[in-house]
Design a protein around this ligand. Structure first.
Ligand code: SF4
Length: 440
């Protein structure tokens, strides 16, 4: 079996110089356009004309995109994989799943409908929260915060992309938004059910799907897919919205497996500040859902930015106090001024000390699986912040120093817009006069 896999992969490497599962098997609906995976940013299909996958997956852009990878050239929208592979050749998203080219046509770049296995859908940016690492593109809460704000000269000079509206957009003038109506969703899912028999995974991202009217009707229709019993359904959620846990549980039942990635990203201390939400509501939602559902896995996600680094032990302790099945840590790479590495500029010893304290606390955690996942997550964070050096760019010629300066200004601007105070929530550090100091 291993030998067979090796020969298949070796053959794929020979014919296709950059084989990627997502390129031949993925469809990812983003804000106004569709690509192949979560990090691919090319406008392979703008879905004003049609939202139906059967109509666009072999359009000239998709075909050219696949042919380019096969020739060994990186499409511009695959820059994140290209960058990761420059540093560590086998760690990019391209290697998430085994490449299967059974339904790929090398000469034309076309695929048969049977090739599609993984779909990611977004309905809208409607969200009940406005988290500090997000943007207007993915959060209506952010739109409200910025509604009456005109970015200042300093916001532009320091490249506060979330505040100036450049974040998650290729250029600031782009005004695509995530807008799939219930009717659009009905058409898309009917297309998937009818034409794409080999779908294995369906993922939902936001906005906040539990806050959106499209989500439950979509699950109901997807349950009619001929392969629904084998489909893995997962979705990202803050799990802090107002939803019916019983109905959600019923709707997840027809699928082979289900997983909810709960983006918690904070400990009890900074949750109301960073996520703009109530910790007790989160705990109640988890416990109520658990009381009616014993088959869906609940994963807690810690997306780690400079804010989480400032209170890392409380973040880990709080996440592991919840009734969860999985623990995952990920990193905020952009905007650079929220990248966790920037704290290493002035607080290296404190940051590393806090991480060591967190390791020590984890040793006594009773659930071995969760403990190991949390230890892996902490390793990942530590390795990243101790090895990554934020690059100097034409926008930020002084690299990390410019990003740090931008972070200081971001605290001032976001505190004003969110009507909150950094010093009321961050216990280990104080922010005054554009400067952070360590206090504990
Ligand atoms: S960004 Fe990476 S994973 Fe996504 S399609 Fe391109 S090569 Fe594949």
């Amino acid at each position: 079996m291993l030998l067979e896999k090796f020969f298949k992969s070796a053959k794929a490497q020979k014919v296709n110089k950059l084989p990627c599962h997502y390129a031949v098997s993925g469809i990812n609906y983003k804000n106004g356009f569709a690509t192949t995976c979560a990090i691919q940013t090319d406008y392979l299909h703008k879905y004003q004309s049609t939202t139906l996958p059967s109509k666009f997956i072999n359009n000239p852009n998709f075909k050219q995109f696949r042919l380019k990878l096969a020739k060994g050239e990186w499409p511009s929208g695959c820059h994140m994989c290209a960058e990761v592979e420059k540093e560590n050749s086998s760690n990019s998203m391209r290697f998430d799943y085994t490449y299967d080219e059974t339904y790929y046509h090398h000469k034309t770049g076309e695929i048969d409908f049977e090739s599609i296995k993984i779909i990611e859908l977004r309905f809208s940016n409607s969200c009940n929260m406005a988290c500090l690492h997000c943007s207007q593109v993915y959060s209506s809460g952010w739109m409200s915060k910025l509604k009456h704000y005109t970015p200042t000269k300093q916001d532009y000079e320091l490249h506060l992309d979330q505040i100036t509206g450049a974040m998650h957009r290729r250029d600031p003038s782009e005004d695509f938004s995530i807008e799939l109506s219930i009717e659009d969703i009905k058409d898309i899912v009917e297309d998937l059910n009818k034409n794409f028999p080999n779908i294995e995974r369906i993922e939902f991202a936001g906005g906040e799907v539990l806050h959106q009217k499209q989500f439950f009707p979509c699950l109901k229709l997807l349950a009619q897919h001929p392969n629904s019993k084998n489909i893995f359904v997962s979705f990202h959620s803050n799990f802090n919205a107002n939803f019916d846990p019983k109905e959600l549980s019923q709707l997840l039942k027809p699928f082979g497996e289900s997983l909810i990635h709960m983006s918690i990203d904070s400990g009890k201390n900074i949750y109301p500040y960073f996520r703009d939400g109530d910790w007790e509501t989160l705990v109640n939602n988890i416990n109520t859902f658990r009381s009616v559902n014993n088959f869906t896995r609940l994963g807690a996600v810690c997306t780690t930015s400079a804010y989480q680094i400032m209170d890392i032990r409380n973040v880990f302790e709080s996440l592991l106090s919840l009734n969860i099945d999985e623990f995952h840590a990920s990193l905020v790479y952009t905007p650079e001024y929220l990248n966790p590495t920037i704290l290493m500029l002035h607080f290296k010893d404190d940051v590393l000390n806090d991480i060591e304290n967190t390791y020590a606390w984890l040793q006594q955690y009773p659930n071995e699986n969760l403990k190991n996942e949390a230890l892996d997550g902490l390793d990942k964070i530590k390795t990243y912040i101790t090895t990554h050096t934020p690059a100097s760019t034409s926008k930020c010629p002084n690299g990390i120093e410019d990003h740090y300066k931008a972070f200081m200004h971001y605290i001032t601007v976001s505190d004003k817009l969110w009507k909150q105070n950094f010093n009321d929530y961050i216990v280990n550090y104080r922010y005054n006069d554009n400067k952070i100091t360590r206090v504990i």
